[in-house]
Structures are given as structure tokens and as C-alpha cells.
Design a protein around this ligand. Structure first.
Ligand SMILES: Cc1ncc(COP(=O)(O)O)c(C=O)c1O
Length: 447
């Protein structure tokens, strides 16, 4: 949107705020109205945001039906779990889907089925929820970090190839915050080195990349339906693929190694676990399809409006998206924050100031590889048997090279998906609040 067009659309009621004043010199404003809330002014937004998860009474009959049936676990080929799998695959345009107990178990199954074994290495984005690391560690494999591109907060494809060793077995791009990774730049590297691709789409329900849905872009795609997610069932997950045989393998592994589909009649042909979803979770998920579709469209249009407005403010960088027709799911709405353009105001002070305006926000993921879990893994007996001391030392030292990720962790500000479910006019108030903070950044930084 043109700057002038956007300004016309900024609806702030009686509050006369012009953030262009920050660039063109002081704007005439009614005394006091423009004072940032963190310095004692009136917050620009007082409406609050929806709570999460949400319950709808008209879902109750479907849930009660499952409980009353006395058929609670996925023991046969009928019932809500297979119904959900068929519907989820159709919704994404995938060939087949498998429901699982969680996103973490979905990732673990996917890695196992693509052949990730003890002593292997998997290249993964460092900027993710910790479960992406954990699923790799659960396979007794080493999560090797490619770097993050701060402009997209996803995996920087140019940093993958230099991490490949003779132990590398797979790449796990993470569509973090529902923002699709640049798969056209990742898949050819995987093919060249004969590596599997597991998309961590745990935050990317209905996100699309160049017109195709996340979860259909690699060999296997994994989703989470945990309570905070856009389609929650308390816990739950799914794996999707364009290759039926891979999902049949996943189904066998996730259910005690029992032969299904392509492998029917082969007895205990493979190892297995119990990572099954319950019918009641699937019933809850099936009830939410329309809600997910509608809310995804609202989040996307609100995110477009927010990006157009924020892009005009010096020091604020909305996400760069990979390719035309790429539509994130926006589990969080991140933007880059440049303190230099805010008179050196630290990011945490900016977060505090925006919070005071009635807009809850946060800083996103830390550099979690420094938290201790990887030290614990590489000091374990198992990992020390599987890798040389020199390799583990080089691995640990390599975390310091993740300059893009360091920058991303230090300079990102995030808004919750609940913010994107508000009325579109609220997006304009968010832009106005950021502009107000920008304009008064010298005073806020000093106070
Ligand atoms: C990026 C990412 N990967 C994996 C997971 C793991 O999913 P779950 O919590 O369902 O095990 C999550 C869940 O928060 C996630 O956000």
C-alpha cells in the first residue's frame, strides 16, 4: 500500500497521531494526546484480545458421541482419527496424512522413517521451539544448525551446504511462526546430497509457499495441535506427505510396528512405538476446520495491513516472504527492531512501551543452544560413543558462528496470533502505537 493510501486508512477515532512527524519534524498535536503510555499518556488501545483456546458449545455433541461410543482408542480403520486424517490431507492437498499424539512424536516418527539413526546428523533451523532439537536428539542424532536469515527468521538456504558431512541424513526446515521456508532453495540441496526433508510445520497450518501448502513441500511434513495452536486439541499432531508409502511406514512405526496399507500382511516387519492420537482429539479437530479456514484468512489480511503500516516506520522491518503467493499462517507476527533508529532504546524497553499502549508483545526465541540441553547430550555416554571428541568440540564451538541467528534472537519483536484476530482497525492502532514510540524514542529511552 502506498504511504499516502495507508495514511488515509489509519483510523484512530479522535486521536490525532501522525508518525510522519518523526521524519518531517514535529506535527501539531493536541497537548497530552500524543504522550506515550509508558510515559504516563493514555494507551492507544484498551480493548484487549481474545483468549485462547476457544470452546464452542455446538462442538459438544460430536465430542460426547465419541465418549458415549466406548470406542476411544484408534484400534481399527474406522472412526474419527481416520476421518480426520482424510480431511486433513484433503485440506492441504497432500496425498495422505497420519494423526499422532503430538508434534514432537510426529517429527520423531518422520525422522525415523526417513532413516535417521544413531550417529547421524540432521541440519535444522536454530530459531525454533525446542521440540525440533529434541526430536532429532530422540533419534540419537545430532541437530546441526544452519543459520537464520534475520529478514525472514527462517533457515538461510545459503548456509546449509557447508554443514553437510558424511553423517548428514536429513534437513529439517522449520516454518517458524507459520512463515514458510524458501523450499525451492532447500530441496535441490537435499536432492543433490540424497538427504530426506522433514518440514517442521508445527506452527504452519494452512500456510502456503508459492501456492502449495506447508506439509506438502518436503518428503514429510509435521504439525502440532497442542493447546496454543491455531487448531488445538490439547495435544496432538499429524504427518503429511505426497508419498503414500512413506505415510504407511509412519503409521506402522507410530503404532507398535503393525503392518498397514502398502505393508499389509507383512506381520511385525518393522520396529514401532505407541504415538497414537485418540478419537476424541480427532473429533475436536474435525469440528474446527471451518474456524481454522476463516481465522487464517483474517490473520493473513490483518498481517498484510500491519506489515504495510509498520514498513513505513524507520527501524521496523516486517518479514520478507519467499516468493509470490506465499501466505504465512502467522502463529506469531514477528518484525525486526533496529534500536539505532529508536535512539538506542533497548528492545526490552520497546516491548515494555508497546505493552503499555495495550499491545502485548514479546521477543521470541532465545539462543537456546546455549541453554544446556546440547551440552547434556554431547556429554552423555551414548553421544560420546557415537562421535569423536574432536567432532563434538567442533560442533559445540560452531554455535558461535550463527551470526544471523544471534541477530534474529536479539532484534525480533513478536505479536501473538490472538492480536491478528482483532478487528482490522486495531492493526492501525498498533501501527500508530509503534509510530508514537518511535517519535518519542529519545524520551522513552532516557526515562
Ligand atoms: C516449531 C515447533 N516444532 C515442534 C513442536 C512440538 O509440538 P508438540 O508440542 O505438539 O509436541 C512445536 C510445538 O509447540 C513447535 O512450535
Amino acid at each position: 500500500m502506498e504511504r499516502r493510501g495507508f495514511l488515509r486508512n489509519v483510523a484512530l477515532g479522535s486521536v490525532a497521531v501522525s508518525w510522519l512527524g518523526a521524519r518531517r519534524g514535529p506535527t501539531v498535536l493536541a497537548a497530552g494526546i500524543d504522550k506515550p503510555a509508558v510515559l504516563g499518556g493514555t494507551p492507544l488501545y484498551k480493548g484487549g484480545f481474545t483468549s485462547w483456546p476457544q470452546w464452542r458449545q455446538d462442538w459438544e455433541p460430536a465430542i460426547l458421541k465419541v465418549f458415549r461410543s466406548g470406542r476411544w482408542f484408534r484400534g481399527s480403520s474406522s472412526g474419527e482419527v481416520p476421518q480426520f486424517e482424510e480431511a486433513w490431507a484433503k485440506l492441504l492437498g497432500a496425498k495422505k496424512a497420519l494423526a499422532t499424539a503430538s508434534g514432537t512424536t510426529a517429527l520423531t516418527v518422520a525422522l525415523h522413517v526417513l532413516g535417521v539413526d544413531a550417529g547421524d546428523e540432521v541440519i535444522v533451523s536454530p530459531f525454533t521451539f525446542i521440540a525440533s532439537y529434541n526430536a532429532i536428539l530422540a533419534c540419537k542424532a545430532l541437530p546441526v544448525f544452519a543459520d537464520t536469515d534475520p529478514a525472514t527468521v527462517t533457515l538461510d538456504p545459503a548456509t546449509i551446504e557447508s554443514r553437510i558431512t558424511d553423517r548428514t541424513k536429513a534437513i529439517m526446515p522449520v516454518h517458524i511462526y507459520g512463515i514458510p521456508c524458501d523450499m525451492d532453495a532447500i530441496n535441490p540441496t537435499a536432492r543433490k546430497h540424497k538427504l530426506g526433508v522433514v518440514e517442521d510445520a508445527c506452527q504452519a497450518w494452512l500456510a502456503s509457499y508459492k501456492g502449495n501448502k506447508a506439509g506438502t513441500l518436503g518428503d514429510l511434513g509435521c504439525f502440532s495441535f497442542q493447546e496454543s495452536k491455531h487448531i488445538p486439541a490439547g495435544e496432538g499432531g499429524a504427518i503429511t506427505s505426497m508419498r503414500e508409502e512413506l505415510i504407511d511406514r509412519c503409521q506402522s512405526y507410530h503404532s507398535c510396528g503393525q503392518a498397514v496399507g502398502t505393508f499389509q500382511g507383512k506381520g511385525s516387519f518393522t520396529r514401532g512405538m505407541n504415538y497414537r492420537m485418540m478419537h476424541v482429539q480427532a473429533a475436536l479437530l474435525l469440528e474446527q476446520f471451518d474456524k481454522l479456514r476463516q481465522e487464517t484468512a483474517l490473520r493473513q489480511s490483518n498481517a498484510d495491513r500491519l506489515s504495510a503500516g509498520l514498513r513505513q516506520i524507520p527501524g521496523i522491518a516486517p518479514m520478507k516472504l519467499p516468493g509470490e503467493n506465499t501466505r504465512p499462517a502467522w502463529h506469531l507476527f514477528p518484525f525486526g527492531y533496529d534500536a539505532q533508529q529508536f535512539h538506542g532504546m533497548p528492545r526490552n524497553r520497546f516491548i515494555q512501551a508497546l505493552g503499555a499502549e495495550g499491545i502485548p508483545c514479546g521477543g521470541g526465541y532465545r539462543e537456546q543452544y546455549n541453554d544446556g540441553l546440547l551440552d547434556e547430550a554431547i556429554q552423555s555416554r551414548g553421544f560420546q560413543r557415537l562421535w569423536s571428541a574432536a567432532r563434538l568440540k567442533a560442533y559445540r564451538d560452531s554455535f558461535q558462528e550463527l551470526k544471523g541467528n544471534q541477530k534474529t534472537c536479539a532484534n525480533t519483536v513478536t505479536l501473538s496470533q490472538r492480536v491478528l484476530l482483532a478487528d482490522p482497525s486495531v492493526m492501525d492502532k498498533i501501527v500508530a502505537a509503534v509510530a508514537r514510540i518511535q517519535k518519542h524514542s529519545a524520551a522513552i529511552a532516557k526515562a
